[in-house]
Design a binder for this molecule. Structure first.
Ligand code: ADP
Length: 608
């Protein structure tokens, strides 16, 4: 408490007033005491002179008359009266019997009165046992000193009056000190209010809250200080807000940049890296800032490029494979005016993949077209070189030409369909489709082909299975492709089964609504009711390394064995099923057979 300015000022006030009161009070009391005593003495002397005159006639008579005079005058004067003969014999006393009193010739006031005409003394009375003020004057008769008239007053009364005065003065001083302390408290407290407000504001600023302002209601130096502080806080708040806005903008730009960005200092230490750069080097969680570039990226080529740029002060560009996922990246390192380098990482992996896909696609299409076109050319040339004359041979060649043209038309249509499905332009004509009927319609034209290969083709679909909501034509296309493949890739004597079940998916949990169960995709299904349809065979199977790729365009497991096919069937099937919101998948074991499954949404009865 005593550390606060307020209390220090109050204590100083009280101390000053106490000291002043003490010094001034002591001095004044002293003055008053001597003035009081002087006045008292003067009065007593006048009274003593009066008593001296009155005592003169009786002094020459007996002791009894003098004593009676002293007793008679004392109450009227209000002082003790002692009448003493010139030899010191006490002739009369208002308080005691003079006969019992000792000789007073040695009393200082008596001696002084006889010598100087007036005697004064303040001392302890041996007769009365109290402190007394004595005054004495000689009693003269016919120009001769015949004795001394002495008046005495007890000092206790005077001391009491002086003590009373001192007490009142102390009380007054205390009251003044209290009033001064109170006034100082109010004034200083008021004056210090901007400082208190400033202290609170500074505390809030230390916690990061810059919105607080000090209350200013005075025009003095403290008020001016508070106003200056408020202006400083406002300025600081504005500046911080601007910096924070700029930092947010910068962070937004960095995090939404399509390229990775790293800023490194002159010692190849990472100062800043955007999230994309972190992803590229698998450092999202740990952050790269503060690490050396080699520690953060583990890429010596990149670090070399940055160092080259820093040494030469020139832009350096390179195509590098970076990060744990070996992304194909165009790296541009730009020097930053002697303060390090800016590394821009432009990921070209996807671009390269698309380019590879495009090149593969062109190669695949050319390959698929070249075979029938080469056959056509050969057939036409053979006809032209004379076979046209042979009617039987010409008919056979024309039939083969027709087959190749049809194959070409089928291929072009398949490519168009795939392009439409991939671009999402293929409109589905959704309507309820009965899967039992669809399976029968698909299997019946393929039945002769299966029979020819010695295969059994069975449909096992429960009659109670509700219809699916699908584009019938495209659903037929999917099933036809799967059954056709099964026939193609199953050696004679094998068995092909087309089945379907009903499931309900809720929160990723599958509930089978048919008595029997079937295959399911490994990556889960969306919520809803679905029909699961599967085509399983006892064919050659698909090696596990090919299984993930068989739904890609033009993908064939064994090119030599599948020369007839285009490798487009499963790709088209996948797009059709996915356009319905369903999934398609394959399970297989080499030498034992394969199962192709797909899901289609069940018709809810109200259409979609
Ligand atoms: P294709 O016209 O060549 O049949 P698909 O896209 O329908 O084209 O099939 C792609 C490849 O998947 C086939 O070439 C074949 O290697 C493999 N495949 C498809 N179905 C089966 C199956 N039931 N058994 C074994 N392999 C199959």
């Amino acid at each position: 408490m005593c550390r606060s300015v307020l209390w220090q000022v109050i204590l100083a006030c009280v101390f000053l007033i106490a000291i002043t009161a003490l010094v001034l009070g002591g001095y004044l009391l002293n003055l008053a005491q001597s003035h009081y005593l002087d006045t008292l003495e003067e009065g007593l002397i006048s009274q003593a002179e009066l008593v001296s005159e009155l005592a003169e006639p009786c002094m020459s008579f007996s002791q009894g008359e003098c004593d009676a005079l002293a007793d008679g005058l004392a109450p009227r004067i209000g002082a003790r009266i002692t009448l003493i003969a010139a030899d010191g014999t006490v002739l009369g006393d208002s308080e005691r019997d003079p006969a019992t009193m000792e000789n007073h010739a040695d009393r200082p006031e008596v001696i002084q009165a006889l010598v100087e005409g007036v005697g004064r003394s303040t001392r302890h009375s041996a007769t009365l046992g109290v402190d007394m003020l004595y005054v004495a004057v000689p009693v003269e008769a016919e120009g001769r000193v015949i004795g001394v008239a002495r008046l005495a007053l007890p000092l206790a009364g005077i001391e009491h009056s002086l003590a009373e005065m001192a007490r009142k003065a102390t009380l007054a001083a205390a009251a003044v000190a209290l009033m001064a302390a109170g006034t100082a408290f109010i004034v200083v407290r008021r004056k210090l209010s901007p400082i208190r407000s400033l202290t609170q504001m500074a505390r809030r600023m230390a916690t990061g809250d810059l919105s607080r302002r000090a209350r200013v209601d005075s025009q003095d130096e403290f008020g001016e200080l508070a106003r200056a502080f408020n202006r400083m806080a406002a300025r600081l708040e504005q500046t911080l807000k601007r910096i924070s806005d700029e930092r947010d903008q910068m962070a937004a730009v960095l995090s939404h940049m399509a390229d990775g960005l790293i800023i490194a200092d002159g010692k190849s230490r990472v100062l800043l890296a955007n999230p994309l750069a972190g992803q590229m080097f698998d450092r999202e969680g740990r952050g790269m800032e503060g690490c050396s570039l080699i520690e953060a990226t583990q890429e010596h080529e990149l670090v070399g490029l940055v160092q080259r740029c820093l040494e030469k002060g020139e832009e350096a560009v390179a195509l590098l494979e970076l990060g744990p996922r070996r992304r194909f990246v165009r790296v541009i390192v730009t020097p930053m005016a002697g303060r390090g380098a800016l590394v821009l990482l432009h990921d070209l992996t996807e671009l390269r993949r698309v380019e590879t896909v495009r090149r593969d696609f062109v190669a695949n299409v050319s390959h698929e077209l070249r075979t029938p076109l080469a056959s056509l050319k050969a057939l036409v040339e053979t006809l032209r070189s004379g076979a046209i004359e042979d009617r039987e041979a010409a008919t056979s060649f024309l039939a083969r030409i027709e087959y190749e043209v049809e194959r070409l038309i089928w291929l072009v249509n398949a490519l168009l369909e795939l392009a439409r499905l991939e671009s999402g332009q293929a409109a589905l004509k959704l309507r309820p489709v009965d899967l039992r009927e669809l399976a029968a319609e698909v299997c019946s034209p393929l039945e002769p082909m299966a029979r020819k290969k010695g295969l059994s083709l069975v449909i096992e679909i429960p009659p109670a299975l509700p219809p699916v909501l699908a584009d019938e034509e495209r659903a037929r296309q999917v099933l036809t492709n799967l059954v056709h493949n099964a026939i193609k890739f199953t050696p004679p004597g094998g068995r092909i089964r087309v089945s379907a079940w009903r499931i309900k998916v809720a929160g990723g949990q599958v509930e089978w609504l048919t008595s029997e169960t079937g295959p399911l995709p490994s990556d889960g299904l969306p919520d809803g009711e679905w029909a699961v349809m599967a085509v399983s065979d006892t064919g050659i199977g698909i090696p596990p390394e090919h299984l993930p790729r068989i739904f890609e365009r033009f993908y064939k497991v064994d090119r030599a064995r599948s020369e007839e096919g285009s490798g487009l069937g499963l790709a088209i099937a996948r797009h059709i099923v996915e356009a319905h919101g369903g999934r398609i998948w394959a399970e297989s074991e080499v030498g034992r057979g394969s199962t192709f499954g797909f899901t289609l949404p069940l018709w809810s009865g109200q259409g979609r």
